[in-house]
Ligand binder design. Structure first.
Ligand code: PFF
Length: 461
């Protein structure tokens, strides 16, 4: 799918759109980020807070982005400009956020590639000490992190850029028809295995136990940022996708399906990984070892686990690519359509910048101590550059992007217009339209604003 204006198509089928939107939503956010957040924020209670955030705020914002996109049939910036040119910066903010996310997204995407290769060539090394493999082999705990910061991320960036510049997204879309359901099935299988590992019940209990003492402002903040990240909201990606939809599509139903699928994958990932954390005793620390180190314990325990490991990381890699391409497309479309840059050149330049900034993300996971030795981030409790990037996007820029989108759709463009578009000019009436309008105009902006402000006081915890 290309976003170039002269070449605008439409999704041939409803399933094509759902696959692309769900493909953008389902990614590393669900499998690498979500379990870590659930683990750190108290398990069961966090799951409830997260679901509430998705149901009340996530769906509201997603439908808001969908109506803006379909109404104007333009990419994020063009769409907002068309509705009210004074607010074009709202789209620009989303592009900036996407770019920062992409810098670290491609690093972690690269790690999935490393693990595909790792399970093929050296599974016994992974099994021998999964955490050491993650910190040492990937992040270069005692040496320069060549693989995790340079080689694999560059391959991942190259693949993302290749897909964008060759316009082969249609092929990717076709592959998603098979691979996304397969990911779902593999996740279910691994979740069952993980939950039945000896010692997993404690982890399961952690995930279903409602402990009110873990409910605090931080949990709300983390849940909100995670919901936006996971649903690909607050950066205009969904505006761009919906711009390819015709009036025949029911936007409300599509919103429900995409949010539901994305949340199911996140929850499954939580129930796949946290019980394994308890069963294997691998403490993933506060770094990103969750989807990498802990799962080794699951693969080790199943017949043919090495093949499953390889398949799992391949599917995770695929899910990551369908997300990274959706972000890169936004950045490139902006520079090409708004700044008149050449498409191929833009892809190359952006890719190089991504590799350089992303390099520092991974490098910061491995510190250099005073003797010039690289040490892993294990045991380092102060925030590092990588934390700062995630803090900036999840806690500030994504919520800010969603806030400005809701204010724009609810107040500037207006809820009457928004409802008219959401119902396809009255074709698909939905009883909850007034509720959505209220959420869009009042509840979501206030809730998001409170959470952003609270977050500033909480700092980078
Ligand atoms: N939603 C993706 C994930 O959960 O991995 C990440 C992402 C994609 C965020 C596209 C934002 C975006 F616009």
């Amino acid at each position: 799918m290309s976003t170039s204006v002269e070449n605008r198509g439409q999704f041939g089928s409803k399933i094509g759109f759902i696959l692309s939107a769900a493909g953008s939503a389902v990614g590393l956010g669900n499998i690498w980020k979500f379990p870590g957040k659930a683990y750190n924020c108290g398990g069961g209670a966090f799951l409830i807070i997260y679901i509430l955030m998705v149901v009340f705020i996530g769906t509201t914002v997603m439908l808001g982005e969908f109506v803006i996109g379909r109404k104007t049939q333009k990419n994020a910036i063009g769409a907002i400009r068309e509705l009210n040119s004074k607010y074009t910066w709202v789209g620009g903010l989303g592009i900036l956020t996407g770019f920062i996310i992409l810098c670290y997204y491609c690093q972690v995407g690269g790690w999935t590639l490393k693990y595909i290769v790792g399970y093929i060539t050296e599974s016994s090394t992974i099994y021998a000490d999964p955490m050491a493999y993650f910190t040492g082999n990937l992040l270069g705990a005692d040496r320069f992190p060549v693989q995790g910061a340079i080689v694999y991320p560059i391959i991942f960036i190259f693949l993302t850029a290749f897909i964008i510049s060759r316009g082969v997204s249609e092929g990717i879309e076709k592959m998603s028809k098979i691979l996304m359901p397969l990911l779902f099935i593999v996740l279910i299988g691994l979740t069952i295995r993980s939950c039945t590992l000896p010692g997993a019940s404690e982890g399961l209990y952690y995930m279903v136990h409602f402990d009110p003492s873990t409910i605090n402002a931080n949990a709300f903040l983390v849940a909100l940022g995670q919901a936006f990240f996971s649903l690909s909201l607050g950066m205009g990606v969904m505006i761009t996708y919906a711009s390819y939809l015709s009036k025949d599509e029911n936007l409300v139903a599509n919103t429900g399906i995409v949010c539901f699928l994305d949340t199911m994958v996140a929850l499954l990932a939580g129930f796949m990984i946290i019980p394994a954390v308890f069963a294997t005793g691998i403490d993933p620390g506060i770094g990103g070892g969750f989807a990498f180190a802990t799962l080794a314990g699951v693969f080790m325990s199943i017949p043919g686990g090495t093949i499953f490991g390889c398949l799992f990381y391949f599917l995770l890699f695929f899910a990551a690519v369908t997300s990274s391409t959706s972000i890169l497309e936004g950045t490139v479309a902006f520079l090409v359509e708004e700044k008149g840059m050449d498409r191929k050149k833009t892809v190359v330049i952006v890719s190089i910048i991504l590799a350089i900034i992303g390099f520092f993300y991974t490098m910061s996971q491995a510190h250099m101590d005073l003797k010039g030795i690289w040490i892993s981030r294990e045991g380092i409790s102060h925030p590092i550059f990588g934390d700062f990037m995630e803090y900036l996007t999840d806690r500030l820029l994504l919520p800010l992007g969603a806030l400005t989108t809701t204010i724009f759709a609810g107040w500037i463009w207006g809820t009457d217009n928004a409802i008219q578009e959401a119902t396809s000019d009255g074709k698909y009436k939905f009883a909850l339209a007034p509720v959505w309008a209220f959420l869009l105009k009042i509840v979501a902006p206030i809730a998001i604003a409170i959470i952003i402000i609270a977050g500033m006081f909480l700092g980078m915890s």
